[in-house]
Write a protein that binds this ligand. Structure first.
Ligand SMILES: C[S@@+](CC[C@H](N)C(=O)[O-])C[C@H]1O[C@@H](n2cnc3c(N)ncnc32)[C@H](O)[C@@H]1O
Length: 253
């Protein structure tokens, strides 16, 4: 769902053929694989994530696509040593998980060459809603936001990127805002329920809702039925992208 926005953000930020890119918190590799496509065979991408299972999935996906310009490493890129410095550091929905995103970004910048590009894309969930209201959709959004917040994630980090970049020693970043609004039979009704599915243990642990209330296997269908019955639209969490160029010998922003 977010791929076109991330692609446009990378285009705006100046990611291009031949670059070496570090993808922070690569998960199953969506962003790293996109970056690898942009930098092409003359470039290289390293995706780093602390979740071993995600790294395995990302490697498998790269192999299936026959992409040899991307590799995946398990760990926290703010803490590990890497053999090279990068032309660009990118990340999507990752700074929100660091307890101190400014400190994390400062550490990540140690992997960037002078004049290198920094690009992050993070959520702003405040516009995530349905209209006219589908209670099932709105409840689903609320479960996700509350669970992430109680887990310690910075749920509105997108709005903080402008300040975080500067506090980490970067110039004021350029910004863009993207979002998905949809209705009708082909809207992405599975998207939020899939997040709820992955958060289910935490939702129950925090006492936000019970598995019986959520009834995960019917959730997407119930949202779909409500939205179609009211001819509503649903708005996904907004994505805020920020990019800047680290000062260097030939500094240009
Ligand atoms: C919401 S997912 C985003 C994945 C990917 N960037 C994307 O947009 O498809 C967040 C990812 O960040 C990873 N993560 C969170 N904190 C991390 C840390 N300190 N070091 C490395 N990975 C981390 C998680 O394991 C998870 O894969």
């Amino acid at each position: 769902m977010f791929e076109p926005f991330t692609r446009q953000l990378f285009r705006d930020a100046g990611l291009s053929s031949g670059m070496r890119v570090l993808d922070v918190g690569c998960g199953s590799g969506d962003v790293a694989l996109l970056a690898a496509e942009i930098v092409g065979p003359g470039g290289a991408v390293v995706g780093v994530d602390r979740a071993a299972a995600a790294i395995v999935r990302a490697r498998t996906r790269a192999e299936i696509r026959g992409m040899s310009n991307v590799q995946f490493v398990e760990g926290d890129p703010a803490l590990i040593t890497l053999d090279e410095t990068f032309d660009a550091i990118v990340g999507r929905l990752i700074l929100m998980y660091y307890a101190d995103p400014i400190d994390a970004l400062r550490k990540l910048l140690l992997h960037l060459r002078p004049d290198g590009i920094v690009v992050f894309q993070e959520f702003d969930p405040s516009g995530c809603k349905s209209h006219p209201a589908s209670p099932a959709y709105d409840r689903c959004a609320n479960w996700i936001i509350r669970t992430l917040a109680l887990s310690g994630a910075h749920t509105h980090l997108g709005l903080e990127l402008y300040r975080i970049f500067q506090s980490a020693g970067l110039p004021a970043p350029m910004l863009r805002l993207d979002g998905v609004i949809s209705g009708g039979p082909s809207a992405p009704y599975e998207a939020l329920p899939e997040v709820v599915r992955s958060l289910l243990p935490a939702i129950e642990r925090f006492g936000i809702a019970t598995a019986a209330e959520i009834d995960i296997d019917t959730l997407a269908q119930r949202i779909r039925d409500e939205v179609l019955a009211k001819n509503s639209v649903i708005v996904a969490p907004l994505l805020i992208g920020a990019w800047a160029r680290q000062a260097g010998n030939n500094s240009r922003q």
